[in-house]
Design a protein around this ligand. Structure first.
Ligand SMILES: O=C(O)CCC(=O)C(=O)O
Ligand SMILES: [Fe+2]
Length: 352
């Protein structure tokens, strides 16, 4: 009987693996992706992402304007090289403080979902709460679908430096996957769902995250941490990856991987970190005050999501929150609608 269950389970993953190779990105296939990823120490995932490579030229268009200096824009190949080798790159240039403040002001007025240490446990956790009057929690998440209503976030998501680095790293047109901003507040409690223990992400086949600190981050304010090099195949020992898609304590990680490979990102407001979060990473708990983090995820393929997962256009920030900045959004949307497919229910004449 046990053997039969095992055979069935393996057959399910075999079917899932074939579906993935055929380009069927269903939730069932996603479960098999995690299985094959762990079993092959990442090599299956590498193969799959290879099958998704497309030749892209002159992407994105030269005529788009950037919020960064020429120096940063010219660093593109070095950034991609660093991500390939180490799994991350911290941009030398920070995002301008005025732009950060404009983002913060939109985020502060956007309803947030509370996670962890919820004071009112009779309420389901996935309700949106208004940040002005929050229940006790550890993390307050704002969905990018909401933030994208503001021009500043449209500009950020269509920033040519981000798009070009992502396209180069992914080997195809990047697609904006679940992204958002969140406050983490000081808390003694820990919760499995909070990403405060080491883990790897695996929402799709290959992706690149762009993290932006919107508050100063020092050791007291929950630095983001990454185990250098663990985004590459063959680097995570079976004792860790055999646990599948779960959280790992520092003790577990440092029993199997050298502690000196741990990178703690301290940085002022506006710091940009490119990271392949296929590698082991976590957000250290905040010890005092709060940390505001923004994250964009650019993926090579979009897995199908349930209706519930797609929180779309639920809230419109008021116009006074919107600081006019030159936006590339319309141009990118017109040329490459697939980048924002997850977010905008575009009319079919735009898509085809
Ligand atoms: O809060 C952090 O620094 C970690 C976030 C994280 O795990 C993620 O965005 O995938
Ligand atoms: Fe993560």
């Amino acid at each position: 009987m046990k053997a039969l269950t095992l055979i069935r389970w393996f057959a399910t993953h075999l079917k899932g693996g074939v579906a993935l190779l055929r380009g069927q990105f269903t939730p069932e296939a996603h479960r098999s992706l995690i299985f094959w990823h762990s079993l092959t120490n990442g090599y299956f995932t590498d193969w799959l992402s290879y099958t998704q490579k497309r030749s892209i030229q002159d992407f994105p268009s030269e005529s788009l304007s950037t919020m960064f200096s020429d120096e940063s824009s010219n660093e593109r190949s070095k950034i991609v090289h660093d991500i390939r080798v180490n799994g991350y790159h911290v941009l030398r240039e920070r995002i301008d403080a005025k732009l950060c403040d404009a983002m913060i002001s939109v985020i502060a007025r956007t309803p947030a979902t509370v996670r962890g240490r919820d004071a009112d446990i009779s309420k389901p956790k996935n309700i949106r709460y208004c940040f002005e009057n929050p229940p006790q929690g550890v993390i307050y998440d704002c969905s990018f679908a909401d933030l994208m209503q503001a021009e500043i976030f449209q500009s950020l998501a269509s920033e040519p430096l981000f798009l070009s680095v992502a396209a180069d790293y992914l080997g195809t047109i990047p697609k904006l996957d679940p992204s958002g901003a969140w406050w983490t507040v000081a808390s003694k409690d820990r919760d499995d769902s909070l990403a405060q223990d080491y883990h790897f992400d695996m929402d799709t086949i290959r992706w690149l995250k762009v993290f932006v600190y919107l508050s100063d981050v020092d050791p007291q304010h929950g630095p983001h941490c990454f185990m250098e090099g663990t985004h590459r195949s063959g680097t995570i020992p079976f004792a860790l990856r055999g646990k599948g898609y779960s959280r790992l304590t520092d003790e577990e990680v440092f029993t199997h991987l050298p502690r000196r490979n741990e990178i703690k990102f301290h940085g002022a407001k506006g710091t940009v970190i490119f990271e392949d979060t296929r590698g082991l990473h976590k957000g250290q708990p905040v010890l005092e005050g709060s940390r505001l983090m923004l994250q964009l995820q650019f993926s090579n393929v979009l897995f199908k999501q349930s209706e519930q997962q797609v929180l779309m256009n639920k809230h419109k920030p008021s116009r006074e929150d919107i600081v006019p900045v030159s936006s590339n959004f319309k141009q990118v949307l017109q040329q490459y609608p697939e980048i924002f497919r997850r977010y905008l229910p575009l009319p079919s004449e735009v898509l085809h």
